[in-house]
Design a binder for this molecule. Structure first.
Ligand code: PEQ
Ligand code: MG
Length: 317
C-alpha cells in the first residue's frame, strides 16, 4: 500500500485548520520528548499553546515512554520549564506504567522485591507502589564485572524484572539482569518500559529504553511485556483515570510506531504528528511512499501533521 491508495495526512498550515484542531477536541494526550521538550530545552511556542488550551478549558495529560524520571520528577521539570498547574495525576511515564502493571495486571504482591535495570524513575515509582526495588542505581553495580562478585548470586525473593532506559548500561548490570531473566526456568515476569529505539535530545539522537529492553530480550531469548506506548492497556488506564472520551481525544506525538500507533490502535478521534522531534519530514515522506502491509501503514499514519505543536499559537494569533 502506498500513500496514493491510503490516507493522505493533512499538513496544518492555516489559522482555520489550527483553530479547528483545537475546537474539535476536548482532550489532548501529549508525548513529551520531541513534542514538549528536547531534554531540558522547551520547544518554542509549546508553553504558549498549552496556556491557550487552558484558556479554552481543554484537558490534557502527558504520556512519555521515558522511564528515567518519576511522576514527581516530571512535575518539577514542568515547573522548571515554566508550566503552571501540572500535577502528578496528569503525567504517565512508563516507570509508573510498569509499577501499575505489576500490581494491577500481573498481581505481584506489595512488598515484593523487583529487579531493575534502569534509572531512578523506576525505583521511585516501585517504592511508591510499595515494592522493594533492587539493582537499578545501586552503586556497587558500577564496579567492573567480576564473575565471582557477591551480587551475582540470584536473590530468590525477586518476583519480577523491570527494564527501561539507563545511562549506566554496563556489563555488570546486564549480566545480573540476565541471571534474573533466566532464573526459575524464565518464570519471573519480564516487564519492558518501552520499545523506543532512540529519542531526540538537544542536538543529538540518543539511545532510548527500547534499545536496552531489546538487548535483554535477545540475550535472554524471551519476550517482554511492553507497558509503554503503543500499548492499549496503558491507554485504557489513562482514559479511565482522566475520564476522557475517546471520540473527543487527540494524540500528539513525534514517533509513528509508538505515539501515532497508540492513538490509532486505541481508536482515538485523531492523531497529530509533529516534526519537532525524532521524525523528520524526509523520513515521514519516505514512510508514506513505501509499501508496507496495509494494516501496518494504517496503524502508523496520522490524520494530520505540523512542524511543531508550538506553531499552533502562531497560526491562531
Ligand atoms: C522517546 C521516548 O520518550 P517520549 O517521546 O515517549 O516522551 C523515550 O525517551 O524513550
Ligand atoms: Mg517523543
Amino acid at each position: 500500500m502506498t500513500v496514493s491508495e491510503s490516507i493522505i495526512p493533512t499538513e496544518i498550515t492555516s489559522k482555520e485548520q489550527a483553530q479547528k484542531l483545537i475546537d474539535e477536541h476536548d482532550n489532548f494526550l501529549f508525548d513529551c520528548d520531541g513534542v514538549i521538550w528536547l531534554d531540558e530545552k522547551l520547544i518554542p511556542g509549546v508553553l504558549q499553546t498549552i496556556e491557550y488550551l487552558n484558556s479554552k478549558n481543554k484537558r490534557y495529560v502527558f504520556v512519555t515512554n521515558n522511564s528515567s524520571k518519576s511522576r514527581q520528577d516530571y512535575v518539577e521539570k514542568f515547573e522548571r520549564l515554566g508550566f503552571k498547574g501540572i500535577t502528578k495525576d496528569m503525567i504517565y511515564p512508563t516507570c509508573y506504567a510498569a509499577a501499575f502493571n505489576l500490581k494491577e495486571h500481573l498481581k505481584v504482591p506489595e512488598g515484593s522485591k523487583i529487579w531493575v535495570l534502569g534509572d531512578s524513575g523506576i525505583e521511585d515509582e516501585l517504592r511508591e507502589a510499595k515494592y522493594i526495588p533492587v539493582g537499578g542505581t545501586d552503586p556497587r553495580l558500577n564496579e567492573p564485572f567480576d564473575p565471582h562478585h557477591e551480587l551475582l548470586k540470584v536473590d530468590p525473593d525477586v518476583r519480577a524484572v523491570v527494564v527501561g532506559s539507563t545511562k549506566d548500561f554496563n556489563y555488570m548490570r546486564i549480566a545480573l539482569t540476565l541471571q534474573y531473566l533466566l532464573h526459575d526456568n524464565k518464570g519471573i515476569p519480564f516487564v519492558g518500559a518501552n520499545i523506543d529505539r532512540s529519542y531526540p535530545s538537544d542536538g543529538l539522537i540518543l539511545p532510548a529504553g527500547g534499545s536496552v529492553v531489546n538487548y535483554m530480550q535477545y540475550t535472554a531469548d524471551r519476550d517482554f511485556i511492553n507497558v509503554g506506548k503503543p500499548s492499549t492497556t496503558l491507554l485504557d488506564v489513562i482514559l479511565e483515570h482522566s475520564k476522557f472520551e475517546k471520540e473527543k481525544t487527540i494524540m500528539v506525538g513525534d514517533t509513528l510506531y509508538t505515539d501515532i500507533k497508540f492513538g490509532i490502535d486505541g481508536q482515538l478521534a485523531n492523531s497529530l504528528l509533529v516534526l519537532s522531534g525524532g521524525t523528520t519530514k524526509r523520513y515521514f515522506d519516505s514512510f508514506l511512499t513505501t509499501s508496507y502491509k496495509e494494516e501496518e501503514t494504517r496503524s502508523m499514519t496520522p490524520l494530520c501533521y505540523i512542524e511543531s505543536f508550538g506553531d499552533i499559537i502562531d497560526l491562531i494569533n
